[in-house]
Design a protein around this ligand. Structure first.
Ligand code: ADP
Length: 495
């Protein structure tokens, strides 16, 4: 290329490049600037010609610029520089580029700078930094572990909770690929594929929803976490923010609860089966028993008038045993009714003293071995299911008989206290220890020491207490071992 052509070529470049070009003499005065330089700073060439470049450089950068030029002038080649220029309107622009000596042929030393305006880029960078800084501060003390990764899945944020639950501190984690740190080996491939898919398609199946997954601690052990990942675009760069909670404790509690529920269901099922069995069995027993009782009575009527008949004695005994069995079956039926919530109570108004006299009249011939004394009976008006209350009194008197020596007196006392009638059945029997006062009203409870000698199933008092409860009353015992027991119950007086 001829000299003229070369010069034309360079001039064209000088005139039309978007870079800012200035040429200074050794004193730093402007010898030449290109149109882009003038355009960016808002001057005409006449306004800047011969002026010191330092008039246009922000004061903070004067030492940097001076040093840079000195090095270049001393022959140390081309220097990179970034600084700020002041425009005619007083604003500043950030420029970046190279300063070097002008290759001249007239032996006049000049420096030349070719600069790019990077103000916009700087602004974006600083804003993006600011946003990241704000996010980082915001996440630092968050109650969840917060981990931020960039598009290359490199960790850029790792808060205090993340340090705590994963065992890596910030310095261990910062700049590392996420998959190397906390993702169990078997999920790593899927994680990388997921990231890739998102970068190419913009879709991520795990984004913006909460999932439960295994994570890996620094020590290598895995633990369950709940994870939700949000994606944010800061300027041109995607960031992925993961919020992670350690759910080990919750999972443990859940599995304990699930196990308990299974156990409960099983025991409820078992209970239900037992109750059903009770109900069916007691009905099935009752039918043949009624027939046995009927035929027994019929047979008795045939020998009734025969004096000293052995058959008569046998049939009386058979009848007594049938009654016992009948009583026991009734208790079983009541128990199954209580367990099914079907124990029905039909209340009617009654005079209690009349009811009591009737009950004792029936009981006396049965409880032959014990005198039954009614003391302090009162004419109280009650609204009760007489049959059920009779059942309670029978049960208490039968127990008094069962748990005391033959011949020992049984006393029935009733009196009114506030709005209640109190009925007491007192015996002089074996008594009870205080620790059993509550327990004896539980189903199937029997005092150990006596269960071997006295027949029973431990359901009579349970049924009695259910009956009294359904009458809005209360049942309790006072007793002393070896001296006797007083069983009492209360019933509200009718209006
Ligand atoms: P059962 O008499 O068939 O065992 P109950 O429910 O009527 O069933 O009584 C439960 C337990 O309470 C009895 O096994 C016995 O240990 C105790 N008990 C009940 N009544 C008396 C009493 N009058 N004196 C001493 N202990 C009694």
């Amino acid at each position: 290329m001829s000299d003229i052509k070369t010069e034309l070529y360079f001039r064209d470049l000088f005139e039309h490049t978007s870079d800012l070009v200035h040429i200074l003499n050794l004193q730093g005065q402007i010898i030449m600037v290109n149109p882009s330089w003038l355009f960016h700073l808002g001057y005409t060439f006449e306004e800047v010609n011969g002026r010191s470049i330092y008039d246009f450089i922000k004061t903070d950068y004067h030492p940097l610029f001076k040093n840079n030029r000195n090095e270049v002038i001393k022959g140390y080649g081309t220097k990179e520089i970034e600084f700020e220029l002041i425009t005619k309107s007083g604003s500043t622009i950030v420029v970046k580029g190279q300063v070097s000596m002008l290759d001249n042929k007239v032996d006049l030393p000049y420096t030349r700078a070719v600069l790019k305006d990077i103000t916009a880029q700087k602004l974006i960078e600083s804003e993006s930094e600011l946003i990241k800084l704000r996010l980082s501060k915001f996440f630092r003390h968050a109650p969840d572990a917060v981990i931020v990764i960039n598009e290359k899945q490199v960790i850029t944020e790792w808060n205090l909770k993340a340090e705590l639950i994963f065992g890596y501190n910030y310095d261990d984690a910062f700049g590392k690929p996420l998959s190397d740190l906390i993702i169990p080996h078997r999920y790593r491939e899927a994680h990388l594929q997921g990231m890739e898919r998102f970068m190419t398609t913009g879709h991520g199946p795990v984004l913006n929803k909460t999932i439960e997954i295994s994570a890996m601690h620094k020590s290598g052990h895995e633990f369950p976490v709940s994870l939700s990942i949000s994606n944010i675009k800061i300027f041109d760069e995607w960031m992925f923010v993961a919020f992670i909670t350690d759910i080990t404790e919750r999972k443990n509690l859940e599995s304990i609860a699930a196990q308990k529920e299974t156990e409960l269901l099983q025991s409820q099922l078992l209970d239900q089966r037992k109750t059903n069995f009770l109900s069916v069995a007691s009905h099935e027993l009752r039918t043949p028993l009624t027939a046995i009782k009927g035929y027994g009575q019929l047979a008795y009527s045939l020998v009734e008038n025969e004096p000293d008949s052995k058959m008569k004695t046998f049939l009386i005994k058979m009848n007594e045993q049938t009654d016992k069995l009948n009583h026991f079956i009734s208790e079983l039926m009541d128990l199954s009714k209580i367990e099914n919530g079907k124990l029905s109570i039909n209340k009617q108004k009654v005079e209690f003293d009349k009811l009591l006299t009737g009950i004792i009249d029936v009981m006396r011939p049965i409880i032959k071995q014990h005198p039954i004394i009614i003391s302090g009976s009162v004419a109280a008006r009650l609204e009760i299911d007489s049959t059920r209350i009779e059942q309670v009194i029978n049960n208490l008197i039968s127990n008094a008989e069962k748990y005391s020596e033959s011949g020992a007196e049984i006393e029935i006392l009733s009196y009114i206290k506030q709005d209640f009638l109190i009925v007491q059945v007192k015996d002089k029997g074996i008594g009870l220890a205080a620790e059993n006062f509550e327990k004896i009203f539980d189903r199937f409870f029997r005092v150990q020491e006596i269960t071997n000698h006295v027949n029973g199933f431990g359901i009579g008092l349970f049924i009695s207490s259910e009956i009294i409860k359904q009458h809005n009353g209360h049942i309790w015992v006072e007793s002393e071992v070896g001296k006797g027991s007083t069983f009492s119950f209360s019933l509200p007086l009718a209006d």
